[in-house]
Design a binder for this molecule. Structure first.
Ligand SMILES: Cc1ncc(COP(=O)(O)O)c(C=O)c1O
Length: 362
């Protein structure tokens, strides 16, 4: 049954950026606090992103920054969070944070959430009276599923928990509340001795891992579940689809039965944190040769070369080189009225990205 000695921690956080970006200014890590009665703590009202910044020969480079910030704005729009930040301001803030922090590589965590107006406190479910705040933190994060996993692959299970159903909690929004579902999937997997769990959607089709999209390789074709399988529209997933096209590997979005996982030639996860991680077994059934497959290795190699700036991205540049990107940086803890980081009075410029509307073919 459940092992009591299952690891409580699956990550290491060796180095943390000493500053946090908050609503237009840089504040000290220790000053980034919220009130315990904030709406977000009680009702899960946050949307966030996870972005990697890679160490390249040209200094730190943020991977697909605009796409991540656009998804953040889309997530906020879905939850009627009418904040005043623009895409450019959020991108500039991320570049400024990395530039000031001195970490040559890191993981960036922008978050927008509903906090507490202490002068006019509101405690109900109705989120509208609660002010919106935005923070961006950063830390150096190693391989999410372990260093060995990238080469040898991970052992995973199919979760007894289903992924969210589209008309209860939209999986296409990266909201904090969705990660209660992810935590159920992850905890069950860890307690049973697996690295990760794969959730099925509410119809029983393969959806995704607790924090990764999934790909299957069958007879030379690469297949991934469509957005209609309640997945997060992963930016790594999109990168891998584009890499497959460039490598002339046929790729399709198709609904997958659970059993298709067991008979796949190769399986792998994709995600900002997990990058491209092979899966070597599912429910103790060996996948292919039980190690990283040939097509997975080709895709992984291309992905790592692109993120290190050693290979051009398939379409346009996917890297924002921090040391080569000019942004005006406000003084620490200073006023931000005129700065490029200040919120503007423009309404949010988020538009639902067309690819977010695609449900894919099944
Ligand atoms: C539930 C879930 N699915 C998929 C992904 C992969 O998305 P991305 O490649 O944009 O990081 C993530 C990670 O953010 C996730 O949490």
């Amino acid at each position: 049954m459940f092992a009591d000695d299952a690891p409580a921690k699956d990550i290491k956080t060796p180095r943390i950026n000493s500053e946090i970006w908050h609503n237009g200014q840089f504040i000290k890590w220790d000053d980034a606090r919220v009130h315990v009665m904030s709406h977000v703590l009680h009702y899960g009202s946050s949307v966030f992103e996870g972005i990697r910044c890679y160490n390249t020969k040209r200094g730190p480079a943020i991977f697909r920054l605009r796409e991540h910030m656009r998804r953040l704005m889309n997530s906020a729009k879905i939850y009627r969070m009418d904040h005043e930040f623009t895409l450019d301001q959020l991108c500039n803030a991320a570049v400024g944070l990395v530039g000031r922090g001195g970490l040559e590589q890191c993981y960036l965590r922008p978050i927008i959430f509903r906090s507490l107006d202490e002068a006019h406190p509101a405690f109900g479910v109705n989120p509208f009276p609660n002010p919106l705040v935005c923070y961006i933190g950063a830390w150096d994060w190693g391989k999410y599923l372990g260093d060995e996993a990238i080469e040898k692959g991970v052992d995973v299970c199919v979760s007894s928990w289903n992924r969210l159903s589209p008309n209860s909690m939209p999986a296409m929004a990266k909201s904090g509340a969705n990660y209660m579902n992810s935590q159920l999937i992850k905890m069950e997997a860890i307690k049973n001795g697996y690295s990760e769990g794969i959730a099925l959607d509410d119809r029983g089709f393969v959806s995704e891992g607790s924090g990764e999209n999934i790909f299957l390789v069958h007879e030379g074709r690469v297949i991934t579940p469509p957005l209609s399988s309640s997945i997060l529209p992963g930016i790594t997933r999109d990168s891998v689809i584009q890499i497959c096209r460039e490598l002339d590997i046929p790729v399709a979005e198709t609904g997958l039965q659970r059993a298709a996982l067991y008979v796949a030639d190769e399986l792998f996860f994709t995600g900002t944190a997990a990058e491209v991680t092979p899966i070597r077994s599912v429910d103790k059934i060996k996948i292919g040769e039980g190690t990283r497959g040939e097509i997975t290795a080709r895709i992984q190699k291309a992905y790592f070369e692109i993120t290190k700036g050693e290979r051009p991205a398939p379409v346009e540049s996917w890297l924002t080189y921090v040391n080569e990107t000019k942004v005006s940086v406000p003084p620490s803890n200073g006023h931000h009225g005129d700065s490029a980081f200040a919120p503007t009075t423009n309404a949010t410029e988020a538009k639902i990205n067309e690819s977010f509307l695609t449900v894919g073919t099944e």
